[in-house]
Design a binder for this molecule. Structure first.
Ligand code: PLP
Length: 377
């Protein structure tokens, strides 16, 4: 469908084309010097010591948990109001995801009190997700983690360019994971990055990313190694040079694109307050810098979301829902645990995500808010 205003759009031009062309001409396509440079740039940009590029964020979350030694018999506390990859990654390790509720309809991130109430002797780690690029209450989560000797993994898929107290998100916990899927603030088509300030963990993630092998094909091509040993049961979660080349270009564009997202978000907030004051705009009092990945709103209790989405669609405006809660998916309902997460369930019924991307125009924001006002009548 050709949308008048799509939900998201990528910012690609000649630079990305040129970068990809150069890789193809070089004839070295799998992980090598360009990936190393991309990782270095990413580490400098975020200020986090190690950056390990991977095939996608889901693989990154799996690697993070595997490197932390999470496995069968362990529990990992996760939000339910997130993309299903957050909890699937826990299941890949044989551990059990345990869902915790969010803070409120104004702060859609995981609640520290809810985390604390779910801790058992089997709890090994907490995964937080910085919804929309807005930091969760990291100070409190880290305090709980310290008190109960738990690891913290940050699902920072929404948070590239987000920081709190000057520290980039993803760099607060033990490990952070970013996504470069095509609707994210920067894209490599599929792709992701695992970050950590811990040397040992970084080494382990690198090893597990490539079959647990002690050398890469690239090292052997460079003449730095001629054979290898396999010291862990690893995976093939490698990125490639084409995607890393795209990533390097996209990372350069990210600060200016995030500024545009910020300015459209401000415009939305102003207009929503004037034209549809009955709608809740979450994160108005958020702390730190947000990457403004998406623009979520919470519709009034009595509104019919499907009808609103349909009306917006008739005006050519694409919307989405972030997220259908994970604990209500059929697959996750097969678990013995019976969850009732009232805030998550309430917000998930009422949440609507409006278009937000760097290439939109100020008048698009006005058009969306006007169409929303009509749709709510
Ligand atoms: C919060 C969250 N976590 C994880 C992922 C998984 O990312 P990827 O598609 O790169 O595996 C996504 C992607 O949409 C996401 O939004």
């Amino acid at each position: 469908m050709a949308w008048r205003i799509p939900l998201a759009d990528i910012d690609f031009n000649e630079e990305e084309l040129h970068a990809v062309e150069e890789v193809i001409k070089s004839k070295w396509l799998t992980m090598g010097a360009i990936t190393q440079q991309f990782e270095k740039n990413f580490s400098e940009f975020t200020g986090i010591k190690h950056a390990v590029a991977v095939t996608n964020c889901t693989a990154g979350l799996h690697l993070a948990l595997a490197a932390l030694g999470v496995g069968p018999g362990d529990e990992v506390i996760v939000p339910s109001l997130t993309f299903v990859a957050t909890s699937n990654a826990v299941r890949y390790t044989g551990a059990e995801p345990v869902f915790a509720d969010i803070n409120s309809e104004n702060d859609l991130t995981i609640s520290p009190e809810a985390i604390q109430s779910q801790i058992t002797p089997r709890t090994k780690a907490i995964i937080v997700m910085h919804y929309g690029g807005y930091a969760c209450n990291l100070e409190r989560v880290l305090e709980i983690a310290r008190d109960y000797h738990l690891y913290v993994v940050e699902d920072a898929a929404h948070a590239l360019g987000s920081s709190l107290n000057g520290v980039h998100l993803g760099g607060w916990g033990d490990v952070g994971c970013f996504s470069f899927f095509s609707n994210k603030n920067m894209t490599t088509a599929e792709g992701g990055m695992v970050v950590t300030n811990n040397d040992h963990l970084a080494e382990k993630v690198r090893l597990l990313r490539s079959h647990g092998m002690t050398s890469l094909t690239w090292d052997r091509h460079q003449g730095h190694a001629w054979s290898y040993d396999v010291v862990e049961l690893g995976y093939n979660y490698r990125i490639d040079e084409i995607r890393s080349a795209l990533g390097a270009v996209q990372l350069k564009k990210l600060p200016s694109n995030n500024r545009k997202r910020h300015s459209f978000t401000e415009h939305y907030r102003q207009l929503m307050g004037q034209k549809v004051p009955e709608v809740i705009v979450p994160f108005l009092d958020h702390r730190g810098e947000s990457a403004h990945h998406i623009f979520p709103i919470i519709l009034p209790e009595n509104s019919d979301r499907v009808r609103v989405m349909e009306k917006l669609k008739q005006s050519g405006i694409q919307t989405s829902i972030h997220y259908p809660p994970i604990h209500l998916f059929r697959y996750y309902q097969q678990s013995d645990l019976n969850y009732h997460l009232p805030l998550t369930e309430n917000v998930a019924r009422r949440e609507l995500t409006l278009p937000l991307f760097p290439g939109m125009q100020v008048q698009d924001v006005t058009l969306v808010v006007d169409a929303l006002r009509e749709a709510l009548v």
